[in-house]
Design a protein around this ligand. Structure first.
Ligand SMILES: Cc1cc2nc3c(=O)[nH]c(=O)nc-3n(C[C@H](O)[C@H](O)[C@H](O)COP(=O)(O)OP(=O)(O)OC[C@H]3O[C@@H](n4cnc5c(N)ncnc54)[C@H](O)[C@@H]3O)c2cc1C
Length: 446
């Protein structure tokens, strides 16, 4: 029999044309085919090593190279950041998106949190959609891909569950289509300030420490890393820190409830398992390290138990989230705060920027979100989006859900673009113009 060659394999998985053109060498190729020695290495921006002065570690004073100058800089490529970048780019300004990992989606994908909560209101046996606009378009694109989503669609009375790899792929495609300038594997470490105005950020990368200058900045890091570095007022939180995982080979014949095998995913026989985890300070590196290690051990202990139970013998750990499940760490002290009391009393906001679906606190009623929850009290040219927006201690459990993160991301991106084109600080953008812009991008404002 003829030996099965690399080309046969590539053809079998649909990469045959690439293999024939030689581009198949982009992966799996032996080193001698794929690497070459370059003339001179790049000058990495470190400014020389740090040194000890009287036992204190000192970093030398240095100039930081500016890699990009942009109109709107979005930091963090999770749900909120990706939607913000798309909203701003579609409003016609130049957008740069900086993300610390190598993919988009944050907790939704790298964190393996797969159920998109609060897109709808459920009342009187009906399931009424609230979240439209860019988030809704993203969900539709995910659902259009085979095994992209389950429980999705007008008829579904449950919340959609998405596949993380499909979501990463769709997000990257939408960003590239919109012409967003992307920097991955780039960890933002500090803000560049000019009094109360943020002019950009510094980030660490394999190319050393670099800067991006921007007219407007959106902090979508989830932890408020940028507004904290900029000196904005914020509220610290401790919350439960979990580590989510997926199980493979869970046949439908197994009693998933009794064995506690989590929830359904779009991939047959694969289930995702949430974890509550201990409470901790998510800005403390030692706490984060401990949670990663303990979380992984707990998962493997439980899987061993499952494998020792009748029906669970063939179940295996498909993957453990590469992003730790941080629920809340810092929230912005905004010019407004989303409060449970206001939702209960159906408060109407003149500056409404989106209406989310219901949640366990107040079932059967949508939640209006005002613009002020994105706007810092004292820092200019900066907006927050996603799970770090201003909310009281109960409502942060609402604003951190994936669908509300889509809404605040959408509004932050549109407002940042409007601040650029009208040359004003975000707190001074024309609200009717912003609301019109959001409606044009198909958002639902009630
Ligand atoms: C265990 C757990 C279970 C949950 N369950 C559900 C659920 O069932 N349904 C639901 O709707 N929601 C759930 N949530 C909440 C929801 O998943 C998240 O709150 C939401 O996805 C947050 O989106 P985000 O864009 O605000 O932040 P993130 O998803 O955290 O995105 C932030 C992004 O910024 C990047 N970043 C962070 N810091 C920096 C930096 N300094 N420089 C550059 N990049 C940076 C991160 O890598 C990430 O990509 C859960 C959360 C957890 C932790």
């Amino acid at each position: 029999m003829k030996p099965y060659s690399r080309r046969d394999f590539l053809r079998a998985i649909g990469w045959g044309t690439l293999a024939a053109s030689g581009a198949g060498s982009v992966w799996g190729a032996p080193i001698h085919e794929g690497s070459s020695i370059i003339e001179a290495g790049k000058n990495i921006s470190r400014g020389g090593p740090a040194f000890l002065e009287d036992g204190v570690v000192v970093q030398p004073r240095r100039e930081i190279p500016v890699l990009r100058e942009t109109d709107v800089l979005v930091v963090g490529g999770g749900t909120a950041g990706v939607v913000a970048a798309l909203a701003a780019a579609r409003a016609g300004v130049r957008v740069t998106l900086v993300e610390r990992y190598g993919c988009f989606g944050g907790l939704w994908t790298a964190g393996l949190v797969l159920i998109v909560l609060s897109t709808h209101v459920r009342a009187g046996g009906k399931h009424q959609k609230m979240v439209y606009g860019i988030g809704d378009e993203m969900l539709a694109r995910i659902a259009a891909i085979r095994h992209g989503a389950v429980n999705y669609g007008a008829d579904s009375t449950q919340d959609a569950t998405t596949d993380p790899e499909v979501t990463k792929y769709v997000m990257a495609g939408m960003l590239r289509e919109a012409g967003v300038d992307i920097l991955l594997n780039s960890w933002v470490t500090n803000a560049v300030m000019d009094g109360n105005v943020i002019r950009g950020v510094l980030f660490e990368s394999k190319s050393g420490c670099l800067a991006v200058k921007a007219k407007q900045v959106v902090d979508a890091t989830g932890d408020g890393d940028v507004f904290d570095a900029a000196g904005a007022e914020s509220v610290p939180h401790v919350h439960r820190i979990g580590l989510v995982h997926r199980l493979g080979n869970v046949p439908s014949s197994v009693d998933a409830k009794t064995l506690n095998l989590g929830s359904v995913t779009p991939v047959p026989d694969v289930r995702w398992v949430n974890m509550q985890g201990p409470q901790g300070d998510c800005t403390d590196i030692e706490t984060l390290t401990q949670c990663e290690l303990d979380g992984r051990e707990a998962i493997w202990r439980r899987v061993k138990e499952i494998q020792e139970s009748a029906g669970g013998e063939q179940v295996f750990v498909l993957d453990v989230a590469s992003q730790l499940g941080v629920r809340a760490s810092r929230t912005l002290a905004g010019t407004e705060e989303l409060r449970l009391e206001d939702w209960k009393q159906e408060k109407q906001y003149p500056d409404v920027i989106g209406v989310g679906g219901d949640y366990s606190f107040i079932p059967g009623r949508g939640c209006s979100i005002p613009y002020g929850v994105l706007v810092p009290k004292s820092i200019d040219n900066l907006l927050a989006a996603g799970r770090c927006v201003a909310a009281d201690n109960t409502m942060l459990n609402y604003t951190r859900l994936i669908a509300p993160c889509m809404l605040t991301g959408h509004a932050a991106g549109a407002a940042a673009a409007l601040a650029v084109t009208s040359d004003v600080a975000p707190r001074n953008v024309g609200l009717p113009v912003l609301q019109d812009m959001l409606r044009q991008q198909k958002a639902f404002l009630g």
